[in-house]
Design a protein around this ligand. Sequence first.
Ligand code: RB5
Length: 146
Amino acid sequence: MKKIVIASDHGAVDLKNEIADFLRKKNYEVTDIGTEGPAAVDYPDIALAACTEFKNGGYGFGILLCGTGIGVTIAANKVKGIRCALLFDLFSAEMAKAHNNANFIAFGGRIKYAVPVHEMIEKFISTSFEGGRHERRIAKITAMEE
Ligand code: RB5
C-alpha cells in the first residue's frame, strides 16, 4: 500500500518534512499529522496519534520521529498491534521488515546517521517479511498484548 502516516515531536520536524517530501516524490500518499514548528509537544501524544491513525486502516506502514527516536519507539510499542523498530543502519532497516515485520519505523532528528535516512527507508520498503519461524515469534509478541 503506497500510503504512510508520519508524525514527529518538536525534535525532528525538519527530518519529518524531508522524509514526507521524499516519499511524496516516490508517489506515496503521506498523511502528516504533525507537529510543525519548534513548540514543544509530548512524544507519547504524537506516537499515539500516529498509531491510532494507522489502525484506522489503509496504511502500508508508519514513520515516527522525535529527538532520538527512542521515546516514540517506546510509546508506539505500547499500542496494541504496533511493532515499531528504531532504525540506525541498512541492516537494521532490512531486519526490521524481514524478521520483525515492523509496521512502524522510527528515527531521531538529533541523531547523526552514517547512512542517509531515505536509504534506510528504501531498504525497509524493498525488503519482504520472511515469515516461517519469524511468524511464530511475532505471534508470541502478539500474545503478550493480551
Ligand atoms: C524532547 O526534548 C526529547 O526528549 C524527545 O524528542 C525524544 O528524544 C525522546 O525520546
